[in-house]
Unconditional design. Structure first.
Length: 322
């Protein structure tokens, strides 16, 4: 296939989504000849007693091959399919940054705005924390996961962005002055989502739905701010047990909203635990300035320490060109 581009999107339990709308729009093509070696890559997950992943192969902007491997719900023996809906974890930060870029393009926000313009509850630390700092994890804000742990909250306890703000408003210092260092920050993205919400005048989940998910034909994808919301086709998350001889089996149930690093079955934040699913746009058309290859936000040049990955917006992806 000289000169043709083939994109392989591998959607794993940390950051996956459904291909439903795209598959409905296109008749399912027959399995291509090269599907056999592709299936071999995922053979270890293609079992009736194992969690797994969903796969989509895109060729010339269309799905050339899509299938699921493994089980979405081991208790009920529900297989993973291209329609399965997965918890996206911190990949949703890319959607939050995209929402910020769109708000900037709409003139409702500026990358160099002081975050306290929108979130005045935050203390004045003597140096301005900008929207740009929040996007690039250079704000110095103490991380909410550590703070919540010190406050006695368990890892599975639910909290929202308002709870994050309440605990951040009580911090009398930063980890470092804004712009001086880079440190991955869940707190920063919670405040970014809150700033977008206040700048646009719309609840953050609704703003993302109207400006990102609906225009891109992603009706299943959403920010899961309602714990009671039912998600048809949702895949469960599992951890591999350290003790493989356990009578409970090889896998530990960590719920629908776990990244695989521990039991986080009921946590929700606009910044880090959603969207529940994230799938590729059917049209391939991205809003101006927000394509996977470019952004209104540029990486800080002086420091590039552990930059937050921003490859394919809809999932962990490997791109193959032949």
């Amino acid at each position: 296939m000289p000169g043709r581009r083939v994109g392989i999107g591998v959607f794993c339990a940390l950051c996956v989504g459904a291909l439903t709308a795209l598959l409905r729009a296109q008749a399912a093509p027959p399995a291509p000849a090269w599907s056999t070696p592709v299936d071999r890559v995922f053979a270890q997950w293609d079992r009736p007693d194992s969690p797994g992943c969903a796969l989509g192969v895109y060729q010339d902007g269309r799905i050339a091959y899509a299938r699921g491997y493994g089980i979405a719900d081991l208790e009920h023996n529900v297989p993973i399919t291209p329609d399965s809906v997965f918890y996206a974890g911190s990949v949703s930060k890319q959607f939050t940054a995209m929402a910020a870029a769109l708000a900037i393009a709409q003139g409702k926000l500026s990358a160099d705005d002081d975050v306290r313009k929108y979130v005045p509850e935050l203390p004045d630390y003597g140096r301005t924390i900008t929207i740009r700092h929040l996007v690039h994890h250079t704000s110095g804000l103490r991380d909410v996961n550590t703070l919540m742990g010190l406050a006695g909250r368990r890892d599975g306890d639910a909290f929202d962005n308002d709870a994050v703000l309440r605990i951040l408003a009580r911090q009398n210092a930063l980890n470092f002055m804004p712009g001086d260092e880079h440190l991955y920050s869940n707190s920063g993205y919670a405040m970014l989502a809150l700033a977008i919400e206040r700048a646009t005048g719309a609840p953050f989940a609704e703003y993302a739905d109207a400006n990102i998910f609906k225009p891109l034909g992603m009706p299943v994808s959403h920010f899961h701010t309602d714990l009671t919301r039912l998600v048809p086709g949702r895949a469960w998350a599992y951890d591999r047990r350290a003790d493989l001889s356990s009578t409970a089996g090889r896998w530990a149930d960590t719920g629908p909203t776990s990244s695989g690093s521990g039991a986080r079955t009921r946590r929700w934040r606009c910044c880090a635990t959603c969207p529940t699913s994230a799938r590729a746009p059917s049209s391939g058309a991205w809003p101006s300035g927000c394509s996977p290859g470019g952004s209104r936000f540029r990486r800080p040049r002086p420091r590039r320490l552990r930059p937050y990955g921003c490859r394919q917006v809809w999932g962990t992806s490997t791109k193959v060109t032949s």
